[in-house]
Design a protein around this ligand. Structure first.
Ligand code: TRP
Length: 331
């Protein structure tokens, strides 16, 4: 059994791409491994120091993750700022993190280009905070996308350095958890290959989108003038709609429209109507659960408290070991 950990930035609602990306796999992983999932609210301050609704953003993520099936009893689901131990480990790791290596980090270089008026120390030490998040539970596997691989590499460097400097094999070196072919890539509705909220308005379908919104987005999805030859290959925007259909519709439905396409008889309007209804059928249970949970603050309080208790149990053990290893002693 591995100790798996993932941090989630509290930025906006979940779309189908998020669900079929990591999230659906998290739900499975919680049955097989010791899992920690937390909402990285400290990290969000590196780019948004005065958020308008920090609590609301955290709540939204918590609600949507629960609605997707993360089980607070099975996994440890917590909020980063509920764990002072992370902040302490971050402080200690910073003593052995070198400004040079932090400055060379790709994400830092990118951020200082994007926010030249706010090059704060939190931004520079983003990788040490992330390393603290991971090694505070001595996690062994971290599901990360390509953009986070360098941070994970730095985490291994900090873990290894700690072990070497204090001459103890204490922290395991965490590795990327690879979903492999279990990752389903969801295309966007704008003809682009990827569903994402940075891709532009209308490209993504959110789990919380009401039916009317879904219909509107799908009806506006990019298509083309239609096939001109029998059995021709589908250009990207059309292929994308079929990819979505493959996920939410029955095989019969997909086969029907595929056939229509191959016969050059397809009416994109019909395909879109069907696709919209099938997406709605798929997302409705999620949307209903999201609404229900969002209204249940007592339950959310219990979930957060349970997560905090479980996470602190693991983290306080690490911190007490670390203090001992470094040489802090009580009088
Ligand atoms: N940096 C991650 C992101 O931008 C979020 C994150 C913070 C994280 N701490 C983490 C991810 C620890 C994995 C492990 O998505």
């Amino acid at each position: 059994m591995e100790t798996v950990l993932s941090g989630i930035r509290p930025t906006g609602n979940l779309h189908l791409g998020n669900y079929f990306g990591a999230l659906r796999n998290f739900v499975k992983m919680q049955n097989e491994h010791r899992c920690f999932f937390f909402i990285a609210d400290y990290h969000s301050l590196t780019t948004h120091p005065t958020p308008t609704d920090l609590h609301g953003n955290v709540k939204q993520v918590l609600v949507e993750y629960l609605a997707c099936g993360l089980d607070p009893e099975k996994a440890t689901l917590y909020i980063q700022s509920d764990l002072p131990e992370t902040a302490e480990l971050y402080l200690l790791l910073n003593m052995n993190a070198y400004v040079g290596e932090l400055e060379r980090c790709t994400s830092f270089k990118e951020k200082i280009r994007k926010q030249p008026d706010n090059i704060n120390a939190g931004l520079l030490t983003y990788p040490t905070l992330m390393a603290a998040d991971i090694i505070i539970h001595r996690a062994t596997k971290v599901p990360v996308g390509k953009d986070q691989e360098q941070h994970l590499e730095m985490t291994r460097t900090f873990a290894r350095r700690f072990n070497r400097m204090y001459n103890r094999e204490y922290f395991p070196e965490p590795e990327a958890y690879n979903f492999g072919d279990k990752l389903i890539k969801i295309p966007g509705l704008d003809g682009s290959g990827k569903m994402g909220k940075s891709e532009g308005e209308g490209n993504a379908i959110y789990l919380a989108d009401p039916p009317a919104e879904i219909r509107k987005k799908v009806m506006r999805a990019v298509t083309d003038a239609g096939p001109t030859q029998m059995n021709q290959e589908k250009p990207e925007p059309i292929r994308n709609l079929f990819t979505l259909m493959n996920i939410v519709s029955t095989p019969d439905t997909v086969a029907y429209f595929d056939d229509q396409y191959n016969q050059c008889m397809i009416r994109y309007g019909d395909l879109k109507k069907q696709l919209a209804e099938d997406i709605i059928r798929f997302t409705t249970p999620f949307r209903e659960k999201i609404l229900e949970l969002a209204a249940d603050n007592d339950y959310l309080h219990k979930v957060a408290q349970l997560g905090k208790d479980k996470a602190r149990e693991s983290a306080s053990k690490t911190i007490s070991d670390v203090r001992h290893i470094i040489g802090f002693k009580e009088f």
